[in-house]
Design a protein around this ligand. Structure first.
Ligand SMILES: [Fe+2]
Ligand SMILES: [Fe+2]
Length: 287
């Protein structure tokens, strides 16, 4: 156990100032994920000033319908980030420009619809910038996340010192290295997503809350939120088979909470959140 100012989960220099607490929820996978998040926020929403969740898999594992976007916002989520799967439901192209709480990765060409970062304002006037980016390693083709990140951060910092990053990427080394680069740019909290498996490396890095991956919210059984059998068949036969969402009633929440100093934008502490519950049949109707 590391004590005092050497503990990587706390930033001693920023204690005792005014802070806000941000909850970040990892990729929400299908209906089990949506209901897990609904039930978790019903009990815990009041503990947080601002809630961000990755919604790229929220609609049957692939993409985000407008209905599910509205559902998730109604549960108390302030900002939905995304990733490579955000384009999987075609209706996204119809509503993304009106979805003012949705952020898609910024490193697409300028002609692509939606916003790569947004600034949100709490009722007390405190502002929070949220950026979403895609990694380049073992991912599809996009623009580099590296070239514009300092410029975007500077732009947000004209309005607020609090800047949060959802870095949606596969390779751990790319995530750690980009995390360090983002801490140099003055980002307050950096949450990795996409692998759906939470990592145990949360820490304060150069005044920034950091974790390589926040994990996912969804059915516990299965393979990263999807049904075991269809995943297995693809490995056994190499044939394409449509993935289905794992439908077990046992669900998990994986997330991270970070406290941020409102004056400096420095992270004060970071803590992983893990919760399991059971979705009962009679509670399954979504609002
Ligand atoms: Fe995902
Ligand atoms: Fe992804």
């Amino acid at each position: 156990m590391i004590r005092g100012d050497k503990n990587p989960l706390f930033n001693k220099n920023t204690m005792d100032k005014q802070t806000i607490k941000i909850l970040f929820l990892g990729d929400i996978v299908g209906k089990p994920g949506r209901l897990a998040v609904r039930d978790f926020l019903l009990q815990n929403r009041q503990n947080y000033d601002f809630v961000i969740a990755n919604g790229e898999n929220a609609s049957h594992g692939f993409g985000l319908t407008q209905k599910n976007y509205d559902n998730l916002i109604s549960y108390g989520i302030n900002c939905i980030t995304s990733g490579n799967h955000i384009w999987d439901k075609r209706e996204i192209f119809e509503y993304i420009n009106n979805a003012d709480k949705l952020v898609r990765p910024f490193n697409y060409p300028d002609s692509v619809l939606g916003a790569g970062y947004r600034i949100f304002e709490l009722s007390n006037g405190i502002k929070i910038g949220v950026i979403n980016a895609l990694g380049n390693v073992f991912m599809g083709y996009t623009d580099s996340p590296w070239t514009k990140i300092k410029q975007i951060t500077e732009e947000i910092k004209k309005e607020t010192p609090i800047v949060v990053m959802d870095f949606h990427a596969e390779a751990t080394a790319e995530k750690i290295c980009f995390g360090k680069y983002c801490s140099d740019a003055g980002i307050s909290a950096f949450f990795g997503t996409h692998t759906h498996v939470p990592t145990a490396d949360e820490k304060i890095m150069n005044n920034m809350a950091y974790i390589t991956d926040a994990g996912y919210c969804g059915a516990i059984d299965g393979v990263i939120g999807m049904e075991y059998e269809t995943s297995l068949n693809r490995f056994l036969t190499y044939l394409p088979e449509r993935f289905e969402v794992a439908e077990s009633a046992d669900v998990q929440i994986n997330g991270v909470e970070a406290e941020i100093d409102t004056a400096t934008g420095y992270a004060v502490n970071i803590k992983r959140v893990y919760c399991v519950s059971n979705i009962k049949e009679n509670e399954e109707n979504e609002s």
